[in-house]
Design a protein around this ligand. Structure first.
Ligand code: GLP
Length: 260
């Protein structure tokens, strides 16, 4: 695992975007996208590279981590709509190449299995960008999620619903209770996991995920079991880490030939 502490949240987003762009330039068949506010800076950098540096997503398949159950697909807070509005509609992604679990399917377990099959048929996902919930969730894998779980329905915790109410005009009643999410096993199949976390609200979750025990109670601690992980944090999100000096030393002395 590589821990990068940037000087600012803006710098964290640019670095995450650059790492994703490198994967696309190297010929990634599929990339994994995430919603929430954490990846927005990375998406802005990718859009900038598309406009100014010829980065192209033509032929790349994109897979979202998760989706709310029961929101109409055109609801502004459906993740299907969110990712198009914030990222894929601004670059040359074909809409049909941007995939998400079907939160409106009549048969939800079948929709979960279908999503797994779609990823398997189009993968492997070269790089998966990730945020982290304040309770350590990845995607919508809430505390207690099996470390080897696959795409399935999950019930959101009251904490996550409260955290996400800001996207629903602060109205908790509007936040769905259930979701479809890639499992921790599904996420772990990606070649490179790239987590971005900024702000003091994430400091405790980041420290648990990176330096705490591997535990289903902190789903993001599954990162410790993956062979290729980059965690990008700003100083606020790094505040609870114990080995900050070592992480900074390792980046300052990173061999010139070594990429992220
Ligand atoms: C959401 C998403 C996650 C995201 C997390 C943090 O509920 N399902 O993928 O990483 O919570 O969100 P934010 O980045 O807005 O803090």
């Amino acid at each position: 695992m590589e821990l990068v502490i940037t000087d600012s949240a803006a710098e964290a987003g640019v670095l995450a975007g650059r790492i994703m762009a490198d994967h696309v330039r190297r010929g990634a068949r599929a990339i994994g996208l995430a919603t929430g506010s954490s990846p927005l800076g990375a998406y802005r950098e990718l859009i900038r590279q598309y406009r100014e540096e010829g980065l192209s997503f033509a032929g790349v398949q994109a897979f979202l981590l998760d989706e709310y159950l029961g929101l109409p697909p055109d609801h502004p807070q459906s993740y299907r709509r969110f990712i198009r509005d914030e990222f894929t509609a601004h670059v040359d992604f074909a809409d049909s190449d941007v995939h998400s679990p079907d939160g409106n399917a009549a048969d939800i377990p079948a929709a979960a299995a279908d999503y797994e099959q779609l990823i398997a048929a189009n993968g492997p996902i070269a790089v998966q960008i990730l945020g982290i919930g304040t309770n350590g969730h990845l995607g919508f894998n809430e505390p207690g999620s099996s470390l080897r779980s696959r795409t399935r329905v999950k019930t959101l915790t009251p904490k996550t619903r409260a955290d996400n109410a800001r996207f629903f005009a602060g109205d908790l009643a509007q936040v769905p209770t259930h979701v479809l999410t890639q499992g921790l096993g599904t996420i772990s199949d990606a070649g490179h996991l790239l987590m971005i976390a900024t702000g003091t609200g994430k400091a405790e979750a980041v420290a648990s995920a990176v330096e705490g025990p591997v535990s289903a109670f902190c789903p993001a601690s599954i990162l410790q079991m993956h062979p290729h992980v980059t965690v990008i944090v700003d100083p606020a999100a790094a505040a609870n880490l114990r080995a900050v000096d070592y992480y900074r030393f390792a980046i300052a002395n990173k061999p010139a030939w070594q990429s992220y």
